[in-house]
Each structure stands twice: as structure tokens, then as C-alpha cells.
Design a protein around this ligand. Structure first.
Ligand SMILES: [Zn+2]
Length: 291
């Protein structure tokens, strides 16, 4: 009989959706007041995430850049998924040189700001916090840079810089932190779209990384990649929920962090809901031994 386990797209054993939901009210209570972001710079290298009607765009503010940074060959795709997650309350723009994401509050046809969603607040807070730089490596890779399985996203820890000044020479009482997160954008897109919550998994990865950075900022201790991380579990739970479960069906031996067919007998990662056919994310079979 195949064994079946719930997995998160982070590639770890996931808490139930119910458990994740229990954390929502807690973070709603602490959600911050979001203001327009007057410190962001847009230049000729900017790329818009093309999912928002441009007539609702506010004039882009000028000033200093913001601090969610997308890198890697799939960063435009990652930006588009983030845009999908925040809907039309924010317009996201990525600088193609630095990968920095900025946002503007959108306005409606009467010139009033569109009400910011909970997801929008979370992303805006991460962008506005110049003491924590969230760095996301976006690719189509099946493996992280440390050779672990990369199904959706992976928490790769962070570095506390030990510096108490912002990157713009402004005094800060908080130490600077630079985080690392890696995402397979094909899979995050596939999973979110399957569960009909576009962008939710990408938003989860960005905010999880940011929250891990907040923990490290408070303790002063840099964090390691999961599963050896100090703060991964707490950050995963506190981040916006993933769109749905990734399930695993395995036959025979499976290495705990299997990344290649040689490490398993047979394994299938898939998503499913009651009203849709199961969708396979990845299947691995051990190659037959040559005589
Ligand atoms: Zn997670």
C-alpha cells in the first residue's frame, strides 16, 4: 500500500490548513497601518507586473528603493504571481536591474484608494521595512542550492548583518537582516492556480522569509535553511496560508530529502480536491538496475 502524507510546497511536513487558519486572527490583530510608500524609486529599467489596469495607477512616488528583491531567471513570473495575490489594491513594479519590488496604492474611478486587502498589507509591510531585505531566488529548478527538493518554495534562512543603520544611512534601532528564499515558480503557479488562489503560494514564500527575518532581527541570530532552521516552523505558520496541500504517495524506500530518482523506489507529489481530478506535480521512479 502506498503511504500518503500531507506536504507543504516548502517540501516539509505541513500543519493542517485548520492550524494555519488559527494564526490568521493573531496576525490580523497586528496588521500595520499602510501608507503610501514615498521612498521608492522607479527608473527606466522598471518592469510592471502586467495584471493591473494602468488607469488605476497612482503617480509613482520617487525616493529610495524598497526591500523585497526578486532574483533568478523566473523573477518576472514571481512578480506576476505576487501581483495576483494582492489583486488590484496595489500595483507592483520590479526594477529589472536590482529586482526590487515597489508598490503603489491603486485608486478607483472616483479617485479614492481601493481598500487594501490583508494580503496587500502583508506584502506592503515587507516592502516598507528597510531593515529586512527579503531576497527570493526564482527559478524552475527542482532542487535548492543546498540540494534539497524544491517543490514550491524553500526557506533558506537569513544573515544578520550586525549593522544598525539602514542601507540609506538613516539611523535605525533595529539590526539589518538579509533573508534567502528559493522558489520554483512553475510549481507555485501550478499549485495556486489548481486551488484557485492565484499567487497565494508566492506570497506565502515571501512573507515566510520576511517573518523569519523578523525573528532573527529580534534575537540577533542568523538563521539556517530548513530543516535546521531556528525560525522556519514559526515563520511558516505565521505567513499567509498556502493555497492548498501537496500530497505525497510513495512506494518502497524514500530518502527524507529525495531530490533524484536514485533516492526513491517510487514517489508522486500531487494536488487534489474533491471536485477536480488529481494533478501530478512530480513523479520519480528509481531507474532499473542494469545487469
Ligand atoms: Zn512555508
Amino acid at each position: 500500500m502506498p503511504s500518503r502524507t500531507n506536504f507543504s510546497p516548502d517540501g516539509r511536513q505541513a500543519p493542517s490548513a485548520l492550524l494555519l487558519c488559527l494564526f490568521l486572527p493573531f496576525f490580523l490583530a497586528f496588521s500595520v497601518k499602510i501608507q503610501d510608500n514615498p521612498y521608492n524609486t522607479v527608473n527606466s529599467h522598471s518592469i510592471s507586473c502586467p495584471t493591473v489596469d494602468k488607469k488605476f495607477l497612482l503617480k509613482l512616488p520617487v525616493g529610495r528603493p524598497a526591500d523585497v528583491v526578486l532574483t533568478g531567471p523566473e523573477r518576472t513570473n514571481a512578480c506576476e504571481q505576487l501581483q495576483a495575490a494582492v489583486g488590484n489594491c496595489l500595483s507592483l513594479v520590479m526594477d529589472s536591474l536590482t529586482g526590487k519590488i515597489i508598490y503603489t496604492r491603486n485608486i478607483d474611478h472616483r479617485g479614492k484608494r481601493i481598500r487594501i486587502t490583508w494580503e496587500g498589507k502583508k506584502l506592503a509591510k515587507a516592502i516598507d521595512d528597510h531593515t529586512i531585505t527579503v531576497k527570493v531566488l526564482a527559478s524552475k529548478s527542482w532542487e535548492t542550492s543546498t540540494d534539497s527538493l524544491l517543490l514550491g518554495g524553500a526557506y533558506m534562512g537569513n544573515n544578520v548583518t550586525g549593522i544598525y543603520r539602514t542601507t540609506f544611512d538613516q539611523p535605525s534601532k533595529r539590526v539589518l537582516v538579509e533573508t534567502r528564499q528559493e522558489v520554483n515558480t512553475v510549481n507555485t503557479g501550478t499549485i495556486s492556480n489548481y486551488y484557485e488562489k492565484p499567487g497565494e503560494d508566492m506570497l506565502h514564500e515571501v512573507i515566510e522569509s520576511y517573518i523569519g527575518g523578523k525573528y532573527s532581527q529580534k534575537s540577533g541570530i542568523s538563521d539556517k535553511p530548513a530543516p535546521h532552521s531556528l525560525y522556519y516552523v514559526a515563520a511558516h505558520k505565521a505567513a499567509p496560508s498556502q493555497s492548498g496541500q501537496i500530497y505525497i504517495r510513495s512506494y518502497g524506500y524514500v530518502a527524507p530529502t529525495a531530490t533524484s530518482a536514485a533516492q526513491v523506489d517510487s514517489i508522486v507529489f500531487y494536488v487534489k480536491t474533491d471536485n477536480k481530478n488529481e494533478l501530478k506535480i512530480r513523479t520519480l521512479f528509481k531507474p532499473p538496475k542494469t545487469p
